[in-house]
Design a protein around this ligand. Structure first.
Ligand code: NVA
Length: 387
């Protein structure tokens, strides 16, 4: 079957997907837009954030879980494509900056997004990830050759010069707990993150699709200029909505914060999985509920039984970073029993896969995939007058 580019939602029946690979992966390099933090009180005292290649055994374990996801999806009839990793342990140098090495190609979600028959290559927001798109060139050309209606859109490349980043962000929340409620609110609601507005910059994982409407998180990795770029480029195709989550002090990538699972159908409510520690603003909540979406909070993640890996830069909310196969079937990490139970209560079938060895490579199941084709169309699930 020829490849086809078509995805309007997060839940249409999945036909073709990319699953990342961990080969040649390095630690994400520290730079103005990224500070590594070790998730382990003992190691943290003894070690700085590591540089260079990750250990072979760590890469092998991640690859084994990525391969298992790929074969699980293939076995249920989904076509799975894989990236062509480059050697990420190479210096990148431009006229104005350099980093000692790159990161990996485990998370295509951050780099590319399918919207309808467009594939958009994100500008990216971090220096060490500037060239990640190279690992997907072969796939892009396969899609281009196979589907003559595919549109290929590349976002403006940022310089990633130091003046695109606000260094003060890294101390913004110092002594947060000692501040008054008003002072805390001022910090949370000013939406000032490390990436400033000098140039267009975004990661594709800050976008989620609901048919005719897409929602884009303003974050550490996506600025307002980028959201305006998306709005202008996609004008007349999809409606672009900005979301802010003030209680997320370090927002980056929307797929651990809201996950649209199932649309409203007639009187039956749609389901939006939400993060209880990162509530939607009241106006945004109302937009969903006025349009017959039911918001369900994800349960607390299972990290008590499974602590987050020491070199994982993501939060425990990777628990909700799931992949929908269709609007009744989801792939969820095998240890997240609370989430399995909750979703089963809403009549979802759960496919469980082990995935914790992938976490330190930038994310979980949703992050490490990029859906290329779903059985989908440009449907309208929102009455826009209600916004
Ligand atoms: N930065 C977010 C999402 C990561 C995939 C988090 O850590 O929750």
């Amino acid at each position: 079957m020829p490849l086809k580019v078509n995805a309007w939602t997060q839940w249409g029946k999945l036909k073709t997907v990319v699953v990342g690979r961990a080969d040649f992966a390095c630690f994400q390099p520290e730079e103005p837009g990224f500070r590594g933090r070790i998730n382990n009180k003992v190691i943290e005292k003894e070690l700085n954030w590591p540089v260079g290649r990750k250990k072979k055994s760590v890469i092998d374990k991640a690859n084994s879980q990525l391969d298992n996801l790929a074969s699980t999806l293939s076995n249920i009839g989904i076509k799975v494509l894989r990236p062509s990793p480059i050697d990420f342990n190479q210096e990148i140098k431009t006229p104005t900056w350099k980093v000692t090495h790159m990161f990996c190609c485990v998370c295509p979600r951050d780099v590319l997004i399918t919207i309808g028959n467009f594939v958009i290559e994100a500008s990216m927001s971090k220096r060490g990830r500037f060239f990640e798109y190279l690992s997907y060139k072969d796939i892009m050309y396969s899609l281009w050759d196979s589907d003559s209606s595919m549109k290929w859109k590349v976002a403006p490349k940022p310089t990633m010069n130091s003046d695109m980043y606000w260094e003060g962000y890294w101390t913004k929340f110092n002594d947060f707990d000692k501040k008054s409620k008003d002072e805390q609110d001022n910090l949370l609601y000013d939406y000032k993150y490390v990436l400033n507005e000098k140039e267009i910059a975004f990661d594709a994982a800050d976008i989620t699709r609901c048919g005719k409407d897409i929602f884009v998180q303003h974050s550490m990795t996506t600025n307002l200029r980028a959201i305006e770029w998306l709005r202008r480029e996609l004008d007349g195709y999809v409606r672009v909505h900005i979301l802010n989550f003030p209680y997320d002090k370090e927002p980056s990538h929307i797929d651990c914060t809201i996950v649209p699972l199932r649309p409203p159908r007639g009187k039956k409510e749609g389901i939006l999985l939400t993060n209880p520690e990162r509530p939607l603003l009241e106006k945004d909540k109302k937009f969903f509920t006025d349009n017959n979406w039911c918001l369900i909070d994800a349960p607390m993640p299972s990290q008590a039984n499974y602590p987050m890996p020491s070199f994982c830069s993501s939060s425990k909310w990777l628990s909700m970073n799931l992949l929908s196969i269709d609007e009744n079937t989801v792939v969820v990490e095998e240890g997240e029993k609370g989430l399995h139970d909750l979703l089963e209560a809403f009549n979802f079938k759960i496919i469980k896969v082990p995935y914790r060895d992938v976490f330190e490579f930038g994310g979980s199941i949703h992050c490490s995939t990029w859906d290329i084709e779903r059985e989908d169309s440009s449907q309208d699930f929102f009455n826009i007058e209600s916004y």
